[in-house]
Design a protein around this ligand. Sequence first.
Ligand code: SF4
Length: 300
Amino acid sequence: MEIVKVVPRGYCQGVVRAIQIARKTAETYPDQKISMLGMIVHNRYVVEACEKLGIRCLESPGLTRLELLDQIDEGIVIFTAHGVSDAVFEKARAKGLTIVDATCPDVEKTHRLIREHTSSGDVLYIGKRNHPEAEGALGISPRVHLITGIQDLEELGPLENVMITNQTTLSMLDTADLISACLERYPDAAANPEICTATTMRQKAVMALTDTDLLVVVGDPHSNNSNQLREIGKKAGIPAALLIETADDLREDLIRGKHRIAVTSGSSTPTPLTDAVIATLEHYAETGTFVIQKQTAPIL
Ligand code: SF4
């Protein structure tokens, strides 16, 4: 049995930056109330580690970032790597909160593009409904229209000076299909694909895998980019693709008889979790004995 460690995998620079910002805030202001508006990145182990540093994480399914702000009355609010709308900034300022912005520079770039374009035209934004990154982009202007599939395009009327862009962590393959559909509907539109470099490189590395019978993606089920890696693996023809959170989710029957297993992880997955998965698979490959190897390094 061969274990392939897909490169690149794991943390991207936007996630590393967001975690550093959160940690520095906790160290600099130990006596202040610190709240995080949503999961700083979509990984519950990172969120738990932040909570141990004294950072309260606010996340309620169905509530927008704007609504979550109602739960913070004082202290510091950290905006997550996914970015927020201008309305969230304004409300936080109006409440007298100290803002720490951990928005990924790649998300900010997409926001700038949208902001510039909506002064003179409409934007078709390909993204996931209720995802915080999409919420931030849609909040820029009523001229930003969310496209989750063909049906959303069919419901739109005539638009002016259309630009097409997208959430940074989508599947390259699905996004290309939807951009084509947008161009069919609005042939004069300008397409500005914005899948970030980190997401693109991780997806291309999975697409390049050959002779692989199992792809193991380590990531949180809420992580869009981790889910996309599993879907890309299936579309690339790998017969089986798993998304697991930790080595504890592995079972011998899932890997028995496999000849080549590839391991990757989403850009929000802590390296120690992926390392424990790789160590478990390598131990099985070397000894034929299935023993879950424990995470050895701290999450943050
Ligand atoms: S996945 Fe891309 S957009 Fe998201 S935090 Fe990482 S670099 Fe930024």
